[in-house]
Design a binder for this molecule. Structure first.
Ligand code: PLP
Length: 434
């Protein structure tokens, strides 16, 4: 009899995986709350919300039921020329949660395509008004997804060398990453803003848009910036009459403690990209949303002024039903209290880690906590792999990004489980578990 792992090895090419050296995949049979269970029934505490998507816990019955009931009614319909209740209801919900000024919801299937669409919206916004603008400004270390436009604005992450000749030119501003006790934060912000001001003085009227992961650069190592920086950036962008795109694919839906990072930072982008947490991790669905003035630039008697972009699964009713159920859970008193509990626990437990040698740059933002190991390690390096495997042996799903260890749990995690995870992590870091 061939096992699941043998069948996997014969047939599957996994993402972000060097199959020649990767350890065997872990066969997961089911999930419940913050736990995943392998085919032997062994539990793992999911401290990364399964690639940052699962905000309410695994196999949540309310979301599962919403999908089932929707599937009995309508599973899909072409979204050009047709509409349906779940798509409109999700749009209404999102617009009520987004800052004032957002009026239109577009749909796609994942974070990368939400970014592609945001870039295209911004680019054609100028084009339709007879302006020829070609420059995008992004931030050093930013990550925006793996399709070509998203790779172009994320090229400073150095993830895309084989494709470098195919990416369009993007300029990269310094990013003022900060952490607890960082005394240079104001200085770094000043330098970054000075750089951006010079850039916009020179190229502002050629700049299509500035794109940023607000408050947390995720993939490049959970690098935080302060809300003050985002406010000053917004002022510069407005002064120079260009657009700002917030990639909130990871920061959206409560991750930073507020519903969206823009709300926490008291800023209002022109376009916002949402994905990951939108359906609570159940189905792929994403949203680039924009203001009325962006939308209006596409209105004309001519088809070529329209946004000619769409995917076959755009606004899939099952995805929308999952999103509605997930948004309802997100707004519940229980979830709001859980988010506050996680934030307080991160704060307390990170301060306990301050006595541990070999860690630096402790930081937290909402339900995310992170610190760096004082070692040299790149994404996927053997050091981070060893850590990952060590944590797995302890039943903890923690996957360091290079030298950055981070916790980004589903909001339903139990306080005792989160504390116990920190305790085990502390023992690992102190070398008493090897
Ligand atoms: C994950 C991520 C993306 C890409 O989303 P996918 O759904 O993986 O395509 C884009 N931007 C940010 C900030 C992300 O964290």
């Amino acid at each position: 009899m061939t096992t699941l792992l043998e069948r996997d090895q014969i047939t599957i090419w996994h993402p972000f995986t060097q199959h020649q050296t990767a350890p065997l995949a872990i066969p997961i049979a089911r999930g419940e709350g913050a736990y995943l269970f392998d085919t032997q029934g062994r539990p793992y505490l999911d401290l990364i919300s399964s690639w940052w998507v699962n905000i309410h816990g695994h196999a949540h019955p309310a979301i599962a039921k919403a999908i089932y009931q929707q599937a009995l009614q309508l599973e899909h319909v072409i979204f050009a020329g047709f509409t349906h209740e779940p798509a409109v209801a999700v749009a209404e919900q999102l617009l009520s949660l987004l800052p004032a000024g957002f009026t239109k919801i577009f749909y796609s299937d994942n974070g990368s395509t939400a970014v592609e669409i945001a870039l295209k919206m911004a680019y054609q916004y100028w084009f339709n008004q007879g302006e020829r603008r070609h420059r995008f400004l992004a931030f050093q270390g930013g990550y925006h997804g793996d399709t070509f436009g998203a790779m172009s604005v994320g090229q400073s992450s150095n993830c895309y060398q084989p494709f470098s000749n195919l990416l369009f030119a993007v300029d990269f501003a310094p990013y003022p990453a900060t952490w607890l006790g960082d005394e240079q934060s104001a200085e770094k912000e000043k330098e970054a803003l000075h750089w951006i001001e010079n850039y916009l003085n020179q190229y502002g009227n050629k700049t299509v848009a500035v794109i940023i992961e607000p408050l947390i650069q995720g993939t490049s190592g959970m690098r935080l910036c302060r809300p003050d920086f985002l406010r000053a950036l917004q002022d510069l962008v407005h002064q120079h009459e260009t657009l700002i795109i917030y990639d909130e694919v990871m920061t959206g839906f409560g991750r930073t403690g507020a519903t969206f990072a823009c709300e926490k930072a008291k800023t209002i982008p022109d376009i916002i990209c949402l994905a990951k947490g939108l359906t609570g991790g159940f189905l792929p669905l994403a949203v680039p949303a924009c203001h009325e003035h962006i939308y209006e630039a596409f209105l004309s008697e001519e088809m070529d002024q329209a946004l000619t972009h769409g995917h076959s699964y755009t606004a899939n009713p099952l995805g929308c039903a999952a999103a509605l159920a997930s948004l309802e859970l997100l707004g519940s008193e229980a979830t709001i209290q859980q988010i506050a509990m996680i934030e307080a626990t991160h704060q307390e437990m990170l301060s306990q880690l301050s006595s541990v040698a070999g860690i630096e740059k402790r930081r937290h933002c909402g339900t995310l906590a992170a610190f760096d190991l004082a070692i040299q390690a790149d994404y996927g390096s053997s050091a981070s792999r060893n850590w990952r495997e060590l944590f797995m042996k302890l039943g903890l799903i923690i996957r360091p990004l290079g030298k950055t260890v981070y916790l980004l749990p589903p909001y339903c995690i139990q306080p005792d489980d989160l504390r116990a995870a920190y305790q085990k992590m502390k023992e690992v870091l102190e070398g008493s578990i090897k």
